[in-house]
Design a protein around this ligand. Structure first.
Ligand code: PEP
Ligand code: MN
Length: 366
């Protein structure tokens, strides 16, 4: 079973350039949809987006105009002869969207987190051949994302793409949702054919940060972007801070740098290979050093066991933590990397000591 590329969806999306999905966060009025799609088309959109049903955190927020908005988006899309996508969160949405002739469906982050909700949508699509884009779940769990994708694949839906919209964590500063690029990269490693679209609007949460995120997605070879565009962004009924006008979008895209993913210049290729060789060797050394460190850790575990001492000695840990962080920072590595790295090292050391002490204990018992 092969996931089909966006080019193979049969809805005329030109993938000789990066795919641009654009349109407002929400359909608000017929005129706003028309004007916003007009702007999106000027920016080069190949697929229009508009939210019709909006799952919101609080019940009294604007939850979308509902079905009444479907004819507005179909009419405005037809005018530009472009396909359109909407978010569906339950079977009744699917039914209405299909009836209206929507070309592509997308599953929002708040739905991907819920396997039963995803399964209900899959089950409502029996016998329907429509492309589906699956946003990452709001929490940073790549398995949950893959799980949602696999629910579609298991029922024979292969016109699929993933949308990376960042992850809700306690401190995502300066973003609304932390990009955690390693997660979409892991998805790509597991499903290399899966095309991934980046949604810098929902990662950023504010328009100023969209260009750098769009550039990063380009550098990581994502297939394209989903970017919210509105005819009057600051007056938008939802996500006002992160929407841009069509001409702003056109401008920001034209300022992105397109780098080649490979080069035929032999000198460049040779230099790159030499540097990659160095990296491979260094990684090997780092891993071997970690192994050696853990040997010493286990040795300490044995001594502690003999002397009946606890594993964690808080005063020593505090001292080492600060020293090691400083040493890591001195190597020009970031504070957050330094903290994560030292913590991970410490956690694994405790785990190793614990394992050896338990092993010694049970061999005494037997
Ligand atoms: C949206 O695209 O407007 C939306 C609600 O996105 P997400 O599901 O990523 O929050
Ligand atoms: Mn939105």
């Amino acid at each position: 079973m092969r996931i089909l590329n966006i080019k193979e969806w049969g809805i005329g999306i030109d993938t000789s350039r990066k795919v641009l999905i654009a349109g407002p966060c929400s359909a608000e009025t017929e005129v706003q949809v028309q004007d916003s799609f007009e702007g999106a088309a000027i920016a080069g959109a190949q697929l229009f987006r508009a939210g019709i049903w909006k799952p919101r955190t609080r019940p009294d927020s604007f939850e979308g105009v509902g079905e009444i908005g479907l004819p507005w988006i179909m009419k405005a899309a037809a005018k530009h002869q472009l396909p359109v996508t909407v978010e569906v969160a339950k079977p009744s949405h699917v039914e209405a969207a299909l009836k209206a002739g929507v070309h592509v469906l997308w599953i929002g982050a708040r739905t991907t987190v819920n396997p039963f909700a995803v399964q209900d949508i899959v089950d409502s699509l029996v016998g329907v051949d429509i492309p589906v884009m699956i946003k990452n779940p709001i929490n940073p769990d790549v398995e949950l994302w893959i799980g949602a994708i696999e629910r579609f694949m298991k029922k024979g839906h292969l016109k699929l793409a993933a949308i990376h919209r960042g992850f809700s964590v306690s401190n995502a500063q300066p973003y609304r949702n932390l990009p955690m690029w390693a997660l979409p990269i892991e998805l790509k490693r597991r499903y290399p054919q899966m095309e991934i679209i980046c949604d810098p609007s929902h990662i950023a949460g504010n328009r100023a940060l969209i260009p750098e995120l769009a550039q990063k997605a380009l550098d990581l070879e994502f297939s394209g972007w989903m970017i919210e565009t509105h005819s009057n962004p600051s007056k938008a009924w939802s996500d006002a801070k992160q929407q841009v006008t069509g001409s702003e979008l056109k401008n920001l895209l034209s300022n992105l740098i397109h780098r080649d993913s490979s080069s035929s210049n032999p000198e460049f290729v040779a230099n790159l290979e030499a540097l990659r060789y160095d990296i491979d060797k260094l990684d090997e050394e780092v891993i071997q050093m970690l192994g050696k460190r853990m040997e010493v850790v286990r040795e300490i575990g044995k001594y502690k066991d003999q002397a009946g001492i606890t594993i964690l000695q808080m005063d020593r840990w505090k001292r080492i933590f600060d020293q090691r962080i400083q040493a890591t920072l001195d190597q020009d590595l970031s504070q957050s990397f330094a903290e994560q790295f030292i913590r991970a090292l410490h956690e694994e050391s405790i785990r190793q000591q614990n394992a050896i002490m338990n092993q010694l204990e049970s061999s005494r018992e037997s």
